[in-house]
Design a protein around this ligand. Structure first.
Ligand code: HEC
Length: 182
């Protein structure tokens, strides 16, 4: 019996760990700006075109503060929509969240890329890199976000993993150049 327990226990722990990783739906109620971002992501889902003034409105909702805007990406515990952690977990090979939830996150990321782009390069080491690079990173993030939307529609785990990993890499690429070292 003892021996049986010893063989079964690791399997039990694994199952428990996997169930904890499940990500719940994107919640829109954490911050007023988040609500606008999520609304726009939903409009995108409905096939609507996003207008420049809607993106500007989001920028304003965060007081033109990039750091505040980026809270969207943080964990739920830090009032975000848990997007960065989810992407990193997938890149590390952890189990995928529900496809529908991931698709919502990817759409939020599409909207975010456009809003981020509006900030130009007023952050980080301007002497080293400027507006052009900033826009290039934002455009790349948008492309990778759209690719993740497409992959979630296709529903193939391998494609979803690859797309999420590439999106995560596009975030890191910009952070390496523009985010101040901690
Ligand atoms: C075009 C550049 C750029 C892209 C693309 C970008 N970020 Fe950022 N991000 C920044 C900068 C710059 C900051 C620092 C803002 C500040 O502190 O003023 C930041 C800050 C953050 C923060 C807050 C960090 C902290 O500890 O306060 C998070 C979280 C974050 N980004 C997540 C992401 C995720 C996830 C993506 C991709 C889906 C992404 N970012 C894409 C430039 C970018």
């Amino acid at each position: 019996m003892k021996k049986l327990m010893r063989t079964l226990a690791p399997a039990g722990i694994l199952a428990l760990a996997m169930s904890v990783v499940v990500v719940s739906a994107v919640r829109a109620d954490e911050a007023p700006g988040h609500k606008k971002v999520v609304e726009l992501a939903k409009a995108l889902e409905g096939g609507k075109k996003i207008e420049a003034k809607q993106l500007e409105a989001i920028k304003k909702a965060y007081d033109d503060d990039l750091e505040e805007l980026m809270v969207v990406f943080k964990t739920r515990a830090r009032k975000g929509l848990h997007i960065e952690k989810t992407l990193e977990d997938i890149a590390e090979g952890k189990p995928l969240p529900k496809t529908a939830d991931l698709q919502k996150m990817a759409r939020v990321s599409v909207v975010m890329a456009d809003v981020i782009k509006l900030f130009g390069a007023d952050k980080g080491d301007k002497a080293k890199k400027g507006k052009k690079d900033w826009e290039k990173f934002s455009d790349d993030m948008k492309k990778k976000s759209e690719a993740l939307v497409t992959a979630t529609k296709g529903g193939k785990a391998g494609d979803i993993k690859k797309a999420a990993t590439q999106l995560s890499a596009s975030c890191t690429a910009c952070h390496k150049i523009f985010r101040d070292a901690d």
